[in-house]
Write a protein that binds this ligand. Sequence first.
Ligand code: TXA
Ligand code: MG
Length: 345
Amino acid sequence: MKTVLRSISATRPYHAHIAAAAAHIAAGDLVAMPTETVYGLAADAHNPTAVARIFVAKGRPTTDPLIVHIADIAQLAGVAADVPATFALLAETFWPGPLTILLPRHPSLDRQITAGLDTVAVRMPAHPVALALIRACGTPLVAPSANLFSHPSPTTGLHVMHDLDGRIAMVLDAGPCRIGVESTIVDITQSPARILRQGDVSAEQLSTVLGEVQIVTRTIDVTQAAPAPGMLLKHYAPRTPLMLLRGSAAAVRRSVVKAHAQKRIIWLCYREDERFAGMRGIDTMCLGSATDSAHIARSLFAALRAADAEGYALIVIAEPRGDGVAAAVRDRLYRAAEGVVHTLT
Ligand code: TXA
Ligand code: MG
């Protein structure tokens, strides 16, 4: 299949490109669309043939359920049933935005979407292109991240092409995603509510609406069954081994120098470390200032992809500090490092 790549304005989406994309969706084909978090691979949620194609295109196990993307609360009809009372307030506060909410599944919803679970994941993305496409299709769109299974999520149209060229009908390329890590997933079908994946909407923000919220701990053992889908540690791993450091800036520098003496390493560093690395001939990719977690989140997956493509023996990175989206970055790094953190003293 020839994959058509179309550049489109992120703020005023060109209607002819949206119409062409909607025609592909109506024909049961797959279109990659930008969202504020990462690029998604969209298909008509009410077309089982199209939904099945997503799993094939990504090489994704059918046991991993999909998020349903809506542009309007009315599109929940036929998707979710018996919606909990807290839902309306959550949606009002955080939608459109980087929050995925688990709701009881509607009995008529295609079982492939929920991988046999009784809950369905729903999100209203805050991106004009995604919203325009959903509206033009007139149907909810299921959209996992538009990467091959186990690759980092794509944050540019080129990342999508790299993984899925020839496997999907079209890519709408609106440039880099504003947030850069996937949405927060919260399960409100249980009490207290549980965060299954951290993202730009923080636990503190959610607790202002929900009261007590639990953060579900991540799987430690990759060989044991995951407690919930999407909790597998290996999920975000690059091919190159990744060493995750936790400690003071000075201790991190000492570790990096030591690793550099032994192996061909790339340091995904912070701006404050660039001069230090340059003076010692250590290859780096800069994620932005150590104090700017939004910038770090935006740069992370692109840096992991780029570092992976360069054939280094080891990627070295120190955990960012802080709350908010920094917690989501630490979670993705923890997974990329397969659960091994080097705590430095
Ligand atoms: O930011 C995002 O959420 C992006 C953009 C495209 O919207 N989408 C995304 O989708 O990250 P995906 O499929 O790559 O990740 C969705 C995660 C998976 O780990 C899946 O297991 C989990 O959501 N999930 C979906 N439905 C679920 C359910 N009913 N219960 C538990 N986990 C669920
Ligand atoms: Mg994904």
